[in-house]
Design a protein around this ligand. Structure first.
Ligand SMILES: NC(=O)c1ccc[n+]([C@@H]2O[C@H](COP(=O)([O-])OP(=O)(O)OC[C@H]3O[C@@H](n4cnc5c(N)ncnc54)[C@H](O)[C@@H]3O)[C@@H](O)[C@H]2O)c1
Ligand SMILES: O=P(O)(O)OC[C@H](O)CO
Length: 303
C-alpha cells in the first residue's frame, strides 16, 4: 500500500497527516493547488483519497474529481467545517458527489504542530463502512498515533467542527482572564450546546463525549496553538476580526462555522446561547466583556 495514498491539501493538517502515514512506511503523494499537476490524473489506483483542505476548498476539489474516482476508492475527509452555501458537512458533500464510495471521517484532538513534533495523539476514523474504517485505521495507526474506529460519522464530524465555535469563546474567556471556574462552565455548557445541535443533525449523544467531541473540545479550548482559540483571544484584546485574521497563520474554521450554525439553529429553534454571542462578537456587534454580561444575565434555568 506504500504509494497508494493521496493527500489533497498541503496546509498544516495535510502535511501532518502525510508525516503520520510515513511512520508506517507509506510514501503518500501530496497534491496542492500549486503543485502544477492535474489532480484527477493522480488518483488512479489509490486505495485512499484523503482530503485535508479547508472548508472553502472542498467544493472545488469535489468538482475537480467528478468522474475520476472509482467506486472502490475510499474517500477520507479530515476537514472541520460547514459549507456556507448548502449548510452541509464535508462528508455530506463528498457523499452527495460520490454516493457509491465509502466515506471515512477522520477527526480528533490533533493539533498539527504537536503531531509534527512527534508527540503522541489519538484520533477517530468513522464510517458506515466498517472495512473502510479498518483500512484507514491501519494506514494511520502507529506508536505515535492511536486510531479508534467508530460507526457514527456525522457525530464524529460535528464534534470536531462545532467545538471550533466554543474554542473562539474559550480564547475570549482566557483573553479576558476570567479564571478557571468560568472556563469550566463555558466548556461544559458548550458541550451541552454541541450535543443539542449535534443530536438534531443525527449524531449519537455518546459520540460527543468521545475523542472527537469532548476530547477535541478540551484540546482546542485550552491551547494557544489553536487558530480558533487565537481568534477569541485577539477579540478579547480589543482587536477587530479583520485585524486578528490578518495575523493568523492558517484557517480558523470556527468563523464561518458560526454563521452556518446560527442559520440552522434559527430555522429549527435550537437554543445556542454561546454560539449566538460568538456570532455577535465576530460581527463586531458586541464587545467581549459585553458578551460575558449577556451570557451571565440570561433567564434562570435548570441544568
Ligand atoms: N491544523 C490543524 O491542527 C488541524 C487539525 C485537524 C483538522 N484540521 C482541519 O483541516 C483543514 C485544513 O486545515 P489546515 O490547518 O491544513 O489549514 P491551512 O490553512 O494550513 O491549509 C488549508 C489548505 O487547504 C487548501 N485549499 C483551500 N482552498 C482550496 C481550493 N479551492 N483548492 C485547493 N486547495 C485549497 C490550501 O491550499 C491549503 O493547502 C481545516 O478544516 C481544519 O479545521 C486542522
Ligand atoms: O487550529 P485549530 O483551531 O483549527 O484547531 C486544530 C484542530 O482542530 C485541533 O484538533
Amino acid at each position: 500500500m506504500n504509494d497508494r495514498i493521496i493527500i489533497i491539501g498541503a496546509g498544516a493538517w495535510g502535511d501532518a497527516l502525510s508525516k503520520l502515514t510515513q511512520i508506517n512506511g507509506c510514501e503518500p503523494t501530496i497534491w496542492s493547488r500549486s503543485c502544477g499537476r492535474v489532480l484527477s490524473e493522480m488518483i488512479t489506483d489509490r486505495v485512499a483519497i484523503i482530503s485535508a483542505v479547508s472548508m472553502s476548498g472542498v467544493p472545488a476539489i469535489i468538482d475537480r474529481l467528478h468522474g475520476a474516482i472509482e467506486p472502490n476508492q475510499i474517500i477520507v475527509t479530515a476537514t472541520k467545517g460547514l459549507d456556507a452555501r448548502t449548510n452541509l458537512t464535508p462528508a455530506q458533500l463528498w457523499h452527495q458527489a460520490f454516493p457509491n464510495n465509502p466515506i471515512v471521517v477522520l477527526s480528533g484532538p490533533n493539533l498539527s504542530l504537536e503531531i509534527q513534533q512527534g508527540l503522541p495523539a489519538a484520533t477517530v476514523v468513522a464510517s458506515h463502512d466498517v472495512d473502510a474504517a479498518n483500512t484507514i485505521q491501519t494506514i494511520f495507526s502507529s506508536p505515535k498515533f492511536r486510531v479508534y474506529t467508530n460507526d457514527d460519522p456525522i457525530g464524529v464530524e460535528l464534534g470536531g467542527t462545532i467545538k471550533n465555535v466554543i474554542a473562539i469563546a474559550a480564547g475570549t474567556c482566557d483573553g479576558l482572564k476570567l479564571g478557571d471556574n468560568a472556563k469550566s462552565a463555558l466548556l461544559t455548557r458548550g458541550l451541552a450546546e454541541i450535543i443539542r445541535i449535534g443530536q438534531y443533525w443525527g449524531g449519537k449523544p455518546e459520540t460527543f463525549y468521545g475523542l472527537s467531541g469532548l476530547g477535541d473540545l478540551l484540546t482546542t479550548c485550552n491551547s494557544p496553538l489553536s487558530r480558533n482559540y487565537q481568534v477569541g483571544y485577539g477579540l478579547a484584546q480589543g482587536q477587530t476580526l479583520s485585524e486578528v485574521l490578518a495575523n493568523l497563520k492558517g484557517t480558523a474554521e470556527g468563523v464561518n462555522t458560526t454563521k452556518v450554525l446560527i442559520q440552522i439553529a434559527d430555522s429549527n429553534q435550537i437554543y445556542m446561547p454561546i454560539t449566538v454571542l460568538v456570532d455577535r462578537l465576530l460581527q463586531g456587534q458586541i464587545t467581549a466583556p459585553e458578551a460575558i454580561v449577556a451570557l451571565m444575565s440570561r433567564d434562570r434555568k435548570s441544568e
